[in-house]
Design a protein around this ligand. Structure first.
Ligand SMILES: [Zn+2]
Length: 481
């Protein structure tokens, strides 16, 4: 029996501010433990929070980029729970009056338009960090680092509109692209700037939603996808073997490739939210919201549509090229300099991506300028070099700083259009392969392709392929006539 997964995602992202949400401490990652702390973010008695304006602006930009309604009044609330890395005994968050509600993230997934609703975007502070391992006395005690305590976050809660593990990974990746493009976050996943919790249940189509589990703290697109694949399969197994799925929180074990239970919802916290008495309601003027709207850059989805319209690219190319701002910018610069957008797209998605993967690097640190790549494309378009030669030139250009024209010139790689030299090569190849020639003339026409290949090879891929084809055919047909 076929099952359909129903997935909702909660993404936490760290806002790109210099200082914390309610104090002046630095948000810098990697500082020695507990250096970036003060009475406010340590939760000492009597310390009072002061809201960071920049954090609010970034949160508003994120909400606007996701098409949400930003509310002129929102309320900070205390979320009460005890944990060693939360010395105040509560986290300041937003509860029943969040910053923004009702938006959507739209994207293209395998040729299909997808729309995932956004329920809410709210501001909150991060907690500190408990270090359970890696220190000399880790077998006896847990160390606490409060540098992260009070760092500004937004939480983005989606509707349960996602229908597969792959789509969840894609949603997360698109979300990152938007948040990075708008300058809301640095998007650094290794440093925890972006984390995802996934709620998932399965049902037979047409049935009401099943019991969901929550998988916590997924910090890469791949982990989101793999954890959900595993969890969906696990839930189907439970149901098919006559059991019931427990409402619980689970964690993903990357090494084991499975999820395991962290706590059941029976032991779930009752956070006893109430309005934060130390902060007034957050008021944002309409004019401020409008002003921030005006600062939003072109978003990935709009850029993808523009690429299709402006450059006549296939949807597939446009979707790939707009995955990151850097990649899209590289494409636009190459296309403009080469005067051939489709060729620019082919080179970037093909050879350049292959090269970057091979070197384990990315477009941000690419060692080939768009102008240099465009120079290569222009040589191909002008017929100066053949396709195979172009790949060879590309290899020599990458990282060397040499231009395509210089390489072609000094290494004598220009395409050979001279009929006499190609003719000589053709005759030599036919003479060397009398059997293939005989087979062709006996009606086995496939040997034609083989002979053409041999001629091109004998001329190191430099011969004009159209000319080779014509001359091989002419030779074979002439002598048989
Ligand atoms: Zn502080």
């Amino acid at each position: 029996m076929h099952f359909e997964p129903v997935i909702g995602l909660e993404i936490h992202t760290q806002l790109q501010t210099e200082s914390k949400l309610f104090c002046c401490c630095s948000t810098r990652f990697g500082a020695p433990p507990n250096v970036n702390t003060c009475p406010v973010c340590l939760g000492l008695p009597g310390a009072l929070p002061v809201l960071n304006r920049r954090a609010v602006e970034l949160a508003v930009k994120a909400a606007l980029a996701l098409g949400c309604t930003v509310h002129q009044t929102s309320i900070f609330a205390r979320k009460n729970y005890f944990y060693p890395d939360l010395p105040k005994g509560y986290q300041i968050s937003q509860y029943d009056r969040p910053l923004a509600t009702e938006g959507a993230l739209e994207f293209e997934s395998r040729g299909e338009s997808r729309r995932v609703g956004i329920i809410r975007v709210h501001l909150e502070e991060d907690a500190g960090k408990s270090l359970h391992e890696g220190l000399p006395d880790s077998d006896r005690m847990t160390a606490l680092d409060f540098n992260r305590s009070g760092v500004p976050l937004i939480e983005i809660v989606s509707q349960p509109d996602v229908r597969s593990a792959a789509e969840a990974g894609e949603y997360f990746s698109r979300m990152r692209a938007i948040l990075v493009a708008t300058g809301v976050t640095d998007g650094n996943m290794e440093e925890g700037s972006l984390r995802c919790d996934a709620n998932v249940s399965v049902r037979r189509p047409g049935e009401p939603f099943g019991v969901k589990t929550e998988i916590k703290n997924l910090n890469s697109f791949r982990h989101v996808q793999r954890a959900l694949e595993h969890e969906i399969e696990r839930q189907i197994d439970v149901i098919e073997s006559g059991g019931t799925v427990e409402h619980e929180t689970r964690l993903w074990d990357t090494a084991a490739g499975r999820t395991f239970s962290m706590r059941s919802k029976e032991e779930a916290h009752d956070y006893r939210y109430f309005p934060e008495p130390d902060l007034p309601p957050l008021q944002i003027a309409v004019a401020t919201i409008e002003e921030l709207k005006g600062t939003l850059p072109e978003l990935p989805d709009a850029r993808r549509r523009r690429f299709v319209a402006q450059y006549a690219l296939p949807e597939y190319d446009a979707a790939l090229l707009t995955q990151s701002h850097a990649l899209a910018a590289y494409f636009e610069a190459t296309a403009a300099a080469a005067g051939n957008p489709k060729a620019a797209s082919n080179w970037i998605m093909g050879e350049l991506t292959r090269k970057l993967n091979e070197l384990g690097t990315d477009i941000e640190s690419v060692a080939l300028t768009p102008e240099a790549l465009a120079g290569l494309i222009r040589l191909v378009d002008a017929g100066t070099i053949s396709g195979p030669t172009a790949k060879e030139v590309f290899e020599k250009m990458y990282g060397s700083g040499r231009s395509a024209a210089a390489i072609v010139e000094t290494e004598g790689l220009a395409r050979i259009d001279d009929e006499a030299s190609v003719q000589a090569a053709v005759q030599k190849v036919l003479a060397a392969h009398p059997d293939a020639v005989k087979q062709y003339r006996a009606g086995k026409k496939q040997t034609y392709g083989f002979l053409v290949g041999q001629v091109i090879k004998s001329m190191s891929g430099k011969a004009n392929p159209t000319l080779v084809n014509t001359l091989v055919r002419r030779e074979l047909d002439r002598d048989s006539a």
